[in-house]
Design a protein around this ligand. Structure first.
Ligand SMILES: Cc1cc2nc3c(=O)[nH]c(=O)nc-3n(C[C@H](O)[C@H](O)[C@H](O)COP(=O)(O)O)c2cc1C
Length: 193
């Protein structure tokens, strides 16, 4: 049934899309690592750089992050997508996900980039605890740097999460400010892709 805006009105839900999907690694007091797939994540501050990850209290990783005050956010490429999905359906309580997937921990080997975070705030929102982490370390795979040292994530083959499905990103269609860029800047920036 259409509402007066012309849209079909639905029960409110978490439809914001696409979101990033990441693999967050964490560890217990004996340095035993665990890894969890998360889609409820976001950039929340630039200075200091901060990210949010929302984790349900029943997840094994929840206790590890809360107790250690640390986690590492690993970006996910198409190559890591299967491992990412598995880390999102199996708990560290039932298996050593790093050993099972032959992944090297902290950061995850092969991930395009990692953000090492220190926990600064925890917000209990209802179903999830939002952990706000300050990014205190960051690493990028060497092949994702241009000759001039700039990060080129277009080459990372990242995947996004869209209403229950993983999706590839496709080609670069523009860049920050391209709608007002001078023609020569537009030509230079878009030619490089
Ligand atoms: C694509 C995807 C996204 C997910 N996003 C979240 C999330 O944002 N927060 C959360 O608590 N669980 C999320 N999950 C579920 C956890 O990853 C899953 O319950 C995992 O097995 C928990 O692992 P752990 O018990 O070792 O911490 C997601 C799972 C998938 C497959």
């Amino acid at each position: 049934m259409k509402n007066q805006t012309g849209y079909i009105s639905m029960k409110p839900g978490t439809l914001l899309s696409p979101t990033a999907v990441v693999m967050a690694s964490c560890a217990d007091g004996d340095h035993r690592p665990n890894i969890i797939t998360l889609a409820w994540v976001g950039t929340v501050n630039s200075d200091p750089p901060m990210v949010s990850v929302s984790v349900r209290p029943e997840r094994h990783s929840h206790g590890l992050i809360a107790a250690s005050g640390e986690f590492v956010v690993n970006l996910v490429s198409r190559e890591l997508m299967r491992a990412c999905d598995l880390c999102g359906v199996k708990s560290g309580r039932e298996m050593d996900k790093f050993a099972h997937l032959n992944l090297r921990p902290l950061p995850v080997a092969g991930s395009p980039a990692y953000l090492a975070c220190k926990l600064r705030h925890s917000l209990e929102l209802g179903s999830h605890t939002m952990f706000l982490g300050e990014i205190v370390g960051m690493g990028i795979r060497e092949d994702l740097l241009n000759a001039d040292g700039r990060i080129d994530l277009a080459r990372a083959d990242l995947v996004a999460y869209c209403h229950g499905e993983y999706m590839g990103l496709g080609p670069v269609e523009g860049f920050f400010g391209y709608s007002v860029a001078r023609p020569e800047v537009l030509r230079r920036r878009m030619k490089r892709k």
